[in-house]
Design a protein around this ligand. Sequence first.
Ligand code: GAL
Length: 349
Amino acid sequence: MKTLVGFLLLTAMTFAQKTEVYSLKNKTGMEAKVTNYGGVLMSLTAPDKQGKFADVLLGFDKPEEFATVDNPYFGALVGRYGNRIGKAQFTLDGKVYKLAANNNGNSLHGGPKGFSKVYWTGKQLTPNSVEMKYTSKDMEEGYPGELAVTVVYTLTDSNELKIDYTAKTTKTTVVNLTNHAYFNLGGPGSTDILGHMLKINADKFTPVDKGLIPTGELKPVKGTPFDFTTSTAVGARIDAKDEQIALGGGYDHNFVLNKGASPAVEVYEPKSGRLMTVTTTEPGVQFYTGNFLNGTITGKGGKKIGKRAALCLETQHFPDSPNKPSFPTTTLKPGETYRTTTVYKFSAK
Ligand code: GAL
């Protein structure tokens, strides 16, 4: 028994990895912090209309707090497949791959560990950029192929946070990487995002079933609470009598970005004057209004994080694409390079 405990302790110590925090700064005064645990973007400051900088991300003060079980992916790098895969399985080249069902019988965000509960290898590239690398083993979380992933966070002097994702596989697999930052442009004093003005350059969205799996339909947003083609307050229709709103408990849906849409999304917070635009090479964005947050998590500054305290704009391929041949493909083959870029740009007016 003693030897077993000793062996386990030694193993744990050998494999215990160090939590590191990398700081990024640009020339205008923006700052970001990234930890190698989950590749998490811990904080990001942006100026308001008076030029005052504040952290616009929800999460925790200390990197190790991101390892708590009820962390809803604050700022995390999500993979190998961000968002949901229905019935936690998919077929690739005629072979069925079974994943762990970690969300009402479905797979969410790459599985119980995914890429957000593992240590990445960090490397500061320049004072304003950091690289995160992670190699996911063949069949890790049920996915075929060893996947070598590199994500670079860069804070540009044009007040942009740029995230570049690349990946290569040894066997045909599926990949859908994103970042799960929770934004509140009002800064730490702001309690919810209902007054944020949102514009999404999307004429269609992917309606879901009760497990939040897309039905496969691309539904026009026109005449629905999902029409954000003109800037509208997030809270204006969030509790509308609408089947899709009811299923999501608010917004928790993938929007089909119009081709060439640039920016894809604009968010404006009237009190602070902060404006964030999102541009991406991805075909979709999951707009999630923090409907599952319920005040049980104590976040930065010891503050409880309440329902709809923040919003997420997870740029991505559509949920459940491996089971939806009509959706843009998420298949990656050996010899190919997965490459996507998303830019969050900040200004104030
Ligand atoms: C979002 C997802 C939500 C919820 C959240 C984590 O990406 O769309 O349904 O699972 O992550 O709490």
